[in-house]
Design a protein around this ligand. Structure first.
Ligand SMILES: Nc1ncnc2c1ncn2[C@@H]1O[C@H](COP(=O)(O)OP(=O)(O)O)[C@@H](O)[C@H]1O
Ligand SMILES: O=C(OP(=O)(O)O)[C@H](O)COP(=O)(O)O
Ligand SMILES: [Mg+2]
Length: 401
């Protein structure tokens, strides 16, 4: 790797700022799938075993208003991390100021501290100021001033140019290194997708439509087929003039979807049928419909014919990259499409099968199909951006060797 790694840094007695991606599912104040926390352990352990004082930064969810904050505190993550490390983790419920600075001053070699959700900085006094997400230069400088060196192990966030990854790194020239997870992810994705064995099929789903629809344009040049399911599909339905009812649609991306469809020819595969519900709830009334979705109904999973259609495209694939669940898998009644596609990928023993993303990974683990796949990546948007052949700002900002 042409970048500094954690093994290149002095650690003994140092205040080691670490960016990790602990953006994990939280329900009723408890961490659900902890894959992203587990994946960061090797680097955290290396730092503390070498006498470093680990000061961890992560975001959790998205904060646009003051009321978003309480449900997106990192406190439950600190508890899970403490259990996994089998040692105390000091949680600091603020992102700046004396309380944080004192807690850092009180650390001893080998201690671990977790700073509150970095996106608390996105809202100040009730205003959406995006200090973290807008990479406010003062914020990156301030956080950098709290430590001696910086280790970035947040692959899942590497496609973002935020204060807690790029901001800190650029304020610590020569002292910003990659962690083991970052190294591992780049190596694996590079080997698998820089010269993919073909046919190469991408599967896109999930809910971050406006974020991820743009990558499809570039993927058209790389992939042989692109399957679109989950919440991503219905903006494409709208673009084709198919009725979407109350399904997830990003209205201002319908034109983008149209352009993609015009360029794609038969490369893009959309669901034939869907499981529709009369409300966003596991106990909703449901039915399977082909094509048009009536008002009052929303598509929350792909239907059985879509599963067959997708399997038919996937059966000869030699490389598959999947980001984004095929439905709202968190609700058991809408998990089947994701489960079936996951199970089918598990049968493709001649193919390299990669699943990326916080939620997709949680889905394949929860549904019990993860161990049949070649690689589980902690990054969804990050692995897609890598796949597009674009530079990841979080990685670019790490010091060169
Ligand atoms: N049809 C749908 N309607 C609404 N949300 C959906 C639908 N299909 C999937 N989702 C949601 O997408 C979310 C995951 O999207 P995203 O964050 O883009 O994936 P990942 O974390 O794997 O990168 C899940 O919470 C899931 O419930
Ligand atoms: O969960 C994440 O990405 P993913 O949902 O694409 O896997 C990352 O933590 C980035 O989060 P963001 O998309 O809110 O910047
Ligand atoms: Mg996600």
């Amino acid at each position: 790797m042409a970048k500094l790694t954690v093994e290149d840094l002095p650690l003994e007695g140092k205040k080691v700022l670490m960016r990790v991606d602990f953006n994990v599912p939280i329900k009723d104040g408890v961490v659900g799938d902890d894959n992203r926390i587990v994946a960061a352990l090797p680097t955290i352990k290396y730092v503390i075993d070498h006498g470093g004082r680990a000061i961890l930064f992560s975001h959790l969810g998205r904060i646009k208003k003051e009321e978003d904050k309480p449900g997106l505190s990192l406190r439950p993550v600190a508890e899970r991390l403490s259990n996994l490390l089998n040692k105390p983790v000091t949680f600091v419920p603020v992102t700046e100021g004396k309380q944080l600075e004192d807690a850092i001053d009180n650390m001893k070699n080998g201690d671990v501290l977790l700073v509150q959700n970095t996106r608390y900085e996105d809202v100040k006094d009730g205003e959406y100021v995006k200090r973290e997400s807008g990479n406010d230069p003062e914020l990156g400088k301030y956080w950098a001033s709290l430590g001696d060196v910086f280790v970035n192990d947040a692959f899942g966030t590497a496609h973002r140019k935020h204060a807690s990854n790029v901001g800190i790194a650029t304020n610590m020239p020569g002292k910003a290194a990659a962690g083991y997870l970052m190294e591992k992810e780049i190596k694996f994705l590079g080997d698998a997708v820089d010269n993919p064995e073909r046919p190469f099929v991408a599967i896109l789903g999930g809910a971050k439509v406006s974020d991820k629809i743009g990558v499809i344009d570039n993927l058209l040049d790389k992939a042989d087929k692109i399957i679109i399911g989950g919440g991503m599909a219905y903006t494409f339905y709208a673009a084709k003039g198919i009725k979407v009812g109350n399904s997830l649609v990003e209205k201002d991306k319908i034109d983008v979807a149209k352009q993609i469809l015009d360029k794609a020819g038969d490369k893009i595969v959309l669901p034939i049928d869907n499981v529709v519900a009369d409300k966003f709830n596991n106990d909703a009334d449901t039915k399977v419909v082909e094509g048009d979705i009536d008002d009052g109904w929303m598509a929350l999973d792909i239907g059985p014919k879509s599963v067959k259609e997708f399997e038919d495209v996937l059966k000869d694939a030699k490389t598959v990259v999947w980001n984004g669940p095929m439905g709202v898998f968190e609700m058991p009644n809408f998990a089947k499409g994701t489960l079936e596609i996951g199970k089918f990928l598990g049968t493709l023993t001649d193919a390299t099968t990669i699943v990326g993303g916080g939620d997709s990974t949680a889905a394949v683990k929860e549904l019990g199909v993860a161990d049949k796949l070649t690689h589980i990546s902690t990054g969804g948007g990050a692995s897609l951006t890598y796949l597009e052949g674009k530079e990841l700002p979080g990685i670019a900002a790490i010091s060169d060797k």
